[in-house]
Design a protein around this ligand. Structure first.
Ligand SMILES: CC(C)(COP(=O)(O)OP(=O)(O)OC[C@H]1O[C@@H](n2cnc3c(N)ncnc32)[C@H](O)[C@@H]1OP(=O)(O)O)[C@@H](O)C(=O)NCCC(=O)NCCS
Length: 259
């Protein structure tokens, strides 16, 4: 496996779009990239569709992160915080400082950062997801007001846009939904062009930069990165569904070393 995708800038976040709808032959190869624990987890899913998504997603994540170190995917080790945040078992390095991921049905986004802590969230816009009381429990009155002035379909998109901004922040922070999403009021970001600068004392650290991701179709998503004094470069890539058969090649590998 020789695919390598180094960062082009010292302060860069690479956003990878990945489809989890892989062919049966790719899927069986993906299984071979997983750890024993991951294979065990894949076996426990009730529905084969969910198992397929987990296998394809975890293999793609191993493949991608391995590429930054010029390692085989199987060599990548993970650990998980008490709140569920996945990270590299050996901590931040000069090749990859942080990563985060989000999935929705057959889509997955992985963000990989050279320097900063990051969080990402994506959601599928589904017109059925419009239980106003539910949204009022996670969005502030000002946020609800911003969404109200829109047609039904557009309103759902607005709710989900605000929601993905909050989740991206909470995932970058690492505590996820252990922090009440109502603590974050992101309405101040709604009228300005992406990226937004956002400050909230409930988050650690308090200052963040937020982007709405240009995902297209029925997906909305946001990316949060730590700090706002300098804006990192954002680069977008997509991993082909048959990535294990035709790995992309991006140039020379980055060195691995502790920060
Ligand atoms: C993180 C959280 C917001 C994810 O929400 P989601 O929209 O259902 O899921 P997404 O697809 O966007 O993201 C899932 C991925 O986020 C990552 N993740 C999980 N918990 C996370 C956290 N606290 N912070 C950052 N990232 C997290 C994981 O990599 C996970 O994928 P994986 O399980 O395949 O490794 C939600 O699960 C949460 O708040 N969890 C924390 C709750 C908690 O404290 N749990 C205690 C352990 S039981």
């Amino acid at each position: 496996m020789t695919a390598v995708c180094p960062f082009n800038r010292r302060d860069e976040i690479q956003v990878w779009s990945i489809t989890l709808a892989v062919s049966p032959s790719t899927l069986s190869y993906c299984v071979s990239l997983l750890s024993d624990d991951e294979r065990e987890k894949a076996r426990k899913y009730r529905y084969s569709r969910d198992s397929r998504r987990f296998i394809a997603g975890r293999a793609a994540l191993r493949f991608l992160l391995g590429s930054y170190f010029n390692w085989a995917p199987q060599k990548v080790g993970f650990c998980r915080s008490a709140e569920g945040r996945l990270s590299l078992s050996f901590g931040p390095t000069s090749a990859v400082s942080d990563f985060n991921l989000s999935h929705s049905a057959d889509e997955m986004i992985v963000v990989i950062s050279s320097l900063r802590r990051v969080g990402v969230d994506i959601e599928r816009v589904d017109a059925g997801r419009c239980a106003e009381q539910e949204w009022a429990s996670v969005l502030s009155p000002a946020e609800m007001y911003w969404c109200a002035d829109a047609s039904h379909g557009e309103r759902v998109r607005k709710y989900l846009t605000l929601w993905t901004r909050k989740e991206a922040l909470l995932k970058a922070d690492g505590r996820g939904l252990q922090v009440d999403p109502l603590c974050l009021d992101v309405t101040e970001t709604v009228q300005t062009a992406t990226p937004f600068f956002y400050s909230c004392p409930s988050l650690s650290p308090s200052q963040w930069t937020l982007w709405d991701l240009p995902l297209g179709g029925r997906l909305v998503g946001s990316l949060a990165s730590e700090g706002w004094s300098r804006v990192p470069k954002i680069s977008y890539f997509s991993l082909p569904a048959d990535f294990v058969l035709t790995p992309p090649s991006f140039g020379a590998p980055m060195g691995v070393g502790a920060h």
